[in-house]
Design a protein around this ligand. Structure first.
Ligand code: FPP
Length: 239
């Protein structure tokens, strides 16, 4: 069975999970962190080498202040409590997104996580935090334009590969599979460049209910897809 090397997940539905139980939204996000822990443990066992998760989008700032601060708090707790275990189990942590807008203590935590786990190879966990696909593309374009105006780069040398190397995900292969929970059928500004040829799997369950079984089912759905990358299916190509 073909297993994707890189799976990206839009962890959606924490709020509705909480509402259905009559508990505060924060309880839904906490349960979401627990689901994330389980997925990080399962990923390398299932043969996945890169796992990207959408933890906070550049649009999430428009939520009530208290919820924004709850999500920031959960990231702090996740890094502080789980970093040692992640490191021991061979997980490399990478963060994508705009760090400029984050509190200095969060920025240092993120840097600490990346530095400590730099040499780990069992799984690369990419956390998209203060991340938006359009913002990432605009920041990459700005970086390249600055290099051109300094005279360090010839504008004619900007190819798709050169552009990809200016994105936050430089060096990370594109995700073959993007999973979104909670029944919404959108990408919501997630990995817009990188997901150009990704297979998309939408699951009805809310993120806190996402289990190893859901993960296995999504990988099986991926294995059953025919990927053509704009070409023809092998059967059609020879006829
Ligand atoms: C979507 O649920 C989820 C988020 C906005 C954030 C995902 C965050 C976590 C799983 C926990 C935080 C993880 C880290 C590493 C800090 P929603 O609130 O949009 O749910 P709803 O659409 O049902 O309201």
């Amino acid at each position: 069975m073909a297993t994707p090397a890189h799976v990206a997940i839009i962890m959606d539905g924490n709020g509705r999970w909480a509402k259905a139980r009559g508990v505060p939204r924060l309880a839904g996000h906490r349960a979401g962190v627990e689901a994330l822990r389980n997925v990080v443990r399962a990923a390398p066992e299932l043969g996945v080498a890169y796992l990207t998760v959408y933890a906070f989008s550049s649009e999430n700032w428009s939520r009530p202040k208290s919820e924004v601060s709850d999500l920031m708090g959960l990231l702090r707790i996740f890094i502080r409590r789980d970093l040692a275990e992640l490191h021991q189990s061979g997980v490399r942590v990478r963060i994508i997104g705009d760090r400029e807008g984050l509190e200095p203590d969060i920025r240092s935590l993120l840097e600490e996580a990346e530095t400590l786990t730099f040499a780990n190879r069992r799984l690369t966990l990419v956390i998209a935090f203060n991340y938006g696909g359009r913002d990432e593309i605009a920041r990459a374009a700005r970086r390249l334009a600055e290099a051109v105006s300094r005279g360090d780069l010839d504008a004619g040398a900007i190819t798709p590969d050169r552009f990809a190397a200016a994105l936050d995900t430089a060096g990370i292969p594109d995700p073959e599979l993007v999973i979104r929970t909670s029944g919404e059928l959108r990408l919501s500004n997630f990995l817009l460049w990188q997901a150009a040829y990704s297979e998309l799997v939408f699951l009805p369950c809310y993120w806190p209910d996402f289990s190893r079984e859901h993960f296995v089912d999504a990988l099986a759905a991926f294995a059953g897809r025919e990927r053509r990358f704009g070409g023809l299916a092998p059967r059609e190509a020879v006829s």
